[in-house]
Every structure is written in structure tokens, then in C-alpha cells.
Ligand binder design. Structure first.
Ligand SMILES: [Zn+2]
Length: 273
């Protein structure tokens, strides 16, 4: 599933364009077609089509793992989930086998939402907080200080790995960047959040920011057939490197299951708590 760096990269691509794709910023939506009704979480597909027609793209950004498209009246929020992808093409391109929704712009370009597994969702809302309101802080936001992060951790008794994946605790981190951050911070994935010292909490926040920024610089990680164009998979420290040597110490990377998620760590650099 795309995480913060992949979604940020996708949002930037839609906003600024990436040749041959044009920027969507400033374009006006002429009409919409919904091919798979459940893709639109709200409103009902018919209302979605009526409401979105005529609205102009004012801004495109990201919150957590959501693409947030600010329109002239409403906000269009997209979650790619497992297999969602947004493609910009000329109108002549017919809907693909996995196209669940398409927006046509007045200048002939279209934004197609392809989603083989159909878990992706879109919301067209007047108040973005109705979808995004329950999310935790953005890890790259300077307002999240090491002291604040330590206080947030101190209030939680859970293991670090599932806590970092909890979008209400901190937004945008998934399996890749959680494993990478914990290795960089030299913390075992099962370490209890409230056992961290101030220094360990600061080191973890620094590590999270470092791996996310590195991910963004490489346009995210491409680990399956869905998300293409990323380069961060070539820099993985532990993720999907089971039995390969740790880049710090040479110990084989181990894979365990934590909260049903495959979790990669170095038993030497990240000792059992
Ligand atoms: Zn190691």
C-alpha cells in the first residue's frame, strides 16, 4: 500500500504534471463517470457526478496517505489503498479494465482511477475534516517536536511497530517506513512505547523523518506492480531483506509477524526489549 512518500509523490505529480502528463492544477472538471459505485464513499455516485461537474482544481496536496484535491466548492479526497492508481490521459483513452472512475476536464484531459482490487475510495465533501479529522500529526510537521512526540509515546503502552502504523497516533507511516525507521533508531519493533527515554523518542522521530524524506526524494518505493517510478526500494535497510546482512553489523535481517504484519529488523542492532 502506498505510504506517505508514495502518496506525496503522486500528489506532486498530479499537481505539477510529469511529462507527458500535464499539471491538473487550474483545470476545470467537465464531467465524471463512476464505473464501480463503491469507489465513491460519499456522496452517492449520481450526486457525485452532479456536484463535481464545473468545479475547478484549486490545490492538490496530501494528508496522511490521502490525496487531497481542493476544488472550487468541495474537496475531493482519494485513498489508493492496496492497488489504486491515478492516471492522467487524453480523453480519447478508453476506460481500462480496472478503471473505477474517471474525471474529464474541459481541455480534453482525463484523470482515471484504476484499482484492480477495488479497495480504493474517494470522498467528495465540503468539510475535509469529516474524512481527515481523526488523523494523528504529520511526522514531517515542525509542530511535532521531540518533546511532544515523547509525551505521545509515554501515554501509550503498545509496542512501537503497531503504534507507528496507527494513523490516529501518527499519520502516513505504513509497513515499509515503520520497519526502516525502527532500524535506523535501533529500536526493537516490540519495544513498549511508554518505555522510551526522551533521547530514544527524539532518535525515533529523527529516524522517521530521515526515512520519509529519503523516500520522498526517490519518489517513494516501488515494491509491486501497482506503484511505479519509485527508487527507494533500492535503499531499504531491512524491509524485505530477510536473511540478508544488516548494513550496520552484518547480522542476518530477521522477519517476524507483529499484529499480522511482516516485520523486519536486525536482532543485533535492535535488541529484544
Ligand atoms: Zn545490525
Amino acid at each position: 500500500m502506498p505510504e506517505l512518500p508514495e502518496v506525496e509523490s503522486t500528489a506532486n505529480r498530479l499537481r505539477d504534471g510529469r511529462p507527458p502528463e500535464p499539471a491538473l492544477l487550474g483545470k476545470t472538471i467537465a464531467r465524471a463517470e463512476v464505473y464501480w459505485p463503491r469507489t465513491v464513499a460519499t456522496p452517492a455516485p449520481r450526486a457525485f457526478r452532479q456536484r463535481i461537474a464545473g468545479q475547478k482544481v484549486m490545490a492538490i496536496g496530501r494528508r496522511a496517505k490521502f490525496i487531497v484535491i481542493t476544488l472550487s466548492q468541495d474537496t475531493l479526497i482519494i485513498h489508493l489503498r492496496m492497488s489504486g492508481d491515478v492516471l492522467v490521459a487524453k480523453e480519447a483513452k478508453p476506460a481500462g479494465r480496472f478503471t473505477r472512475l474517471a474525471l474529464w476536464f474541459t481541455d480534453g484531459w482525463q484523470l482515471a482511477f484504476d484499482d484492480a482490487r477495488k479497495f480504493g475510495r474517494m470522498w467528495l465533501v465540503d468539510d475535509p475534516d469529516s474524512v481527515l479529522g481523526g488523523l494523528g500529526p504529520e511526522p514531517l510537521d515542525a509542530a511535532l517536536t521531540p518533546a511532544t512526540f515523547h509525551a505521545l509515546l509515554a501515554a501509550r503502552g503498545r509496542a512501537l511497530k503497531p503504534l507507528l502504523l496507527d494513523q490516529a497516533f501518527i499519520a502516513g507511516i505504513g509497513n515499509i517506513y515503520a520497519d526502516e525507521s525502527l532500524h535506523l533508531a535501533r529500536l526493537h519493533p516490540l519495544t513498549r512505547a511508554n518505555s522510551l527515554t526522551k533521547d530514544q523518542a527524539a532518535a525515533l522521530l529523527k529516524a522517521i523523518r530521515k526515512v520519509l524524506r529519503a523516500g520522498i526524494r526517490r519518489n517513494g518505493a516501488s515494491i509491486d506492480w501497482v506503484y511505479r517510478g519509485g527508487g527507494y526500494q533500492n535503499e531499504f535497510r531491512v524491509y524485505q531483506r530477510t536473511d540478508e546482512p544488516c548494513m550496520n553489523c552484518g547480522t542476518p535481517v530477521r522477519r517476524i509477524t507483529v499484529g499480522q504484519r511482516g516485520t523486519h529488523f536486525c536482532p543485533t542492532c535492535q535488541p529484544t526489549p
